[in-house]
Write a protein that binds this ligand. Sequence first.
Ligand SMILES: C[S@@+](CC[C@H](N)C(=O)[O-])C[C@H]1O[C@@H](n2cnc3c(N)ncnc32)[C@H](O)[C@@H]1O
Length: 463
Amino acid sequence: MDRYIFVLGSNWQLSLAELDNCLKYSQLKGRIIDYSANIAVVEFENLHLEKHYINKLMEFQFLLGGCQKIAKIFEFIDLPTIHEAFPLTIEKFKLIDKIRKKISTDLSSVLDKVFPRIKKKSLFYAVSIYPNFYDEEYYKSILTKHFLPFLNKEIMAILKQKGAEKALYYKYPEKNIIEGNLNPIFPHHLIKYGLFNEDRAEIIFGFTEDGVYIARTYTSDDPSFKKKIDEQRPFKEFKSSISPKLAIMMLNFLNIFENREEKRILDPFVGNGTIFLFAMIQDFQVYGTDVDATKIENSIKNSNWLLEELEENIPLLNERFKIVDIKNLSNILENEFFDGICTEPYLGPFLNKKPYYIETQHLIDTELEPLYEATFREAFKVLKQKGRICIIAPIISTIDGGNVQININKIALNNNFKVIPMIDPKRIINKMNDKLQFRNLNNLIDAKKNQILFRKIYVFEKQ
Ligand SMILES: C[S@@+](CC[C@H](N)C(=O)[O-])C[C@H]1O[C@@H](n2cnc3c(N)ncnc32)[C@H](O)[C@@H]1O
């Protein structure tokens, strides 16, 4: 069976959970058989039987919010071998030389698969190394400084031996190599350098605790497309908006993969419509409500702009939007009408410095808890049986009382929703490193460093 590397998004836990969920429930079934903080190794059940399997991979890439690239694996070398060939301190050079020669032999057979034709061809390649973690010493001092130059030179020599007319490789900035903070090339570079062409390739060396997987990239995310929608839509507010990737991941946690074009999704705190727009792109029948009339107007303009961008015939979208306070939602929407709800409610006022505990607790007690309570009560009414809600709740970091949050599980359970673990414990393989373990399966956090407000993502199902 063929195996593939999936390069994970910056929030690797969320990306991995999304990927596992899609492999379990979408049309393309498979399993994650190994992972690190940067890659997942996937084995599909039936992909090898598909004639146009690259198209299938491209569709799968488009479905995922948290996947940067997909690459086909051609070889695996275990970690002890790599450590022997590239030790932290060199003692026995003869032994090292022997093992490096063995690695070169492996590379030689990989290259026959990476480049369908080598003889007399002008070839170009970019080597990308994904370590177990970026901050590990072995990556900074060995993989970037010794393994990468070895690979670049060795691959060039092998290609020339095999009769290539020319073999050139992508040169990373020397400064990053010296400082040991190298990032593999970004998805938009793959497109810029034509690395999906027959004679040009990105060759990925993806490390896990077990060893290194060697693969060729077949598809990548198109970040410029998402960025354009996010940044060029007529109305936006960066302070309060979630990222396009997060919006797509949240939609995937609803577990609706078949006949999306017939499935009705609601965002009852639609705002400027980030979730709404990406749900449109992902083919859902999407509806949006908000208490603020200006936000509804903005969302309508944004979605019409998107339809024009996509060159779709513009249907009347206005009836898909309603101005309504969450507490009255079921008064204006039909009961049991929606297949899923995906939303980021009001998370409190924008904070540019940490608040005190007492004021935060007051905000939670008087505003946020009643708002979430109303959300679950109303969601229960408008959702179909077994319909899911994927929802964000805030964690607020305070000056004097640590992190404060709302007890969402309790509110959800009181309103007859059951918790859906974001990652299935039975499907996730064990890792030795503590940092690679999933401590909490029931919610995941979307956070950047030094934030005051963190977004926690939950999934619940109507009972
Ligand atoms: C955090 S924003 C949602 C942002 C949205 N995800 C986006 O990307 O633009 C929260 C939205 O909830 C709306 N809102 C606040 N209180 C509400 C209520 N009681 N009922 C309905 N909507 C409300 C606000 O008007 C605001 O647009």
